[in-house]
Design a protein. Sequence first.
Length: 255
Amino acid sequence: MASIVLCVTGSIAAYKAADLASKLKQAGHDVSTVMSEAATKLVTPATFQNLTGRRVYVDLWDPVGQTEHIGLTDRADLVVVAPATANCLAKLAHGLGDDIVSTTLLALAQPALVCPAMNHRMWNNPVVQANLRSVVQLGHHVLAPGAGNLACGHTGPGRLAEPAEILAEVERLLARAPGRSPAEEGDGPMYAIVGGAEPAPAASLFLELVTYDAALAGETLERERAYRAAAQQDGSLVSSGVLGEKRRAHVHRAR
């Protein structure tokens, strides 16, 4: 059993976080929930308290909350931010701490799993993408949102990953060999690959989408890993991620 801190911020996708909390609990994990004020307008803290059997933290100025954001991160094996709004990404990227969620994330001694959710125009906004690159460069794991029908009525990228997908990524990260850095991970939807280099301006990046004939396994998976390793070695690869069993996405620096 692992100790998981679930940070929930103010996206309509917060209802999926309740399902995630339930799945984490059913998987045997100890789940503590931290909610932004905006998140409490969408799903009540009582929902998470009943699903996890633990107190929910919503107010930095609560007599317990003032210090508990430190205690929670001391005890956490992994912190999951789901959903992570554009505002949350901005705070994480720039080190802002003005509520219980952002101060909890600032107190982390290890990478968090960040699961963004927002409108597709917000997701594609250059400022949001710049903040996302900063979050990646800080070493956090980012599980990219899916594409499809959004709550606002639009269609495009920005849907929070499904709770089952997030749970699978939590289990993968918890199973990592001790001491392995994010850059050493090779086959999951984990994006922290930069490893200390300065982030490239958006205008100097290009996206490569690769579709394979079958799900990656065996020799094909090894070739794909070797390709990523070579691109990392020459400094051209900025980030990489999984779009499905047969698809990979790679962000490169333009030469």
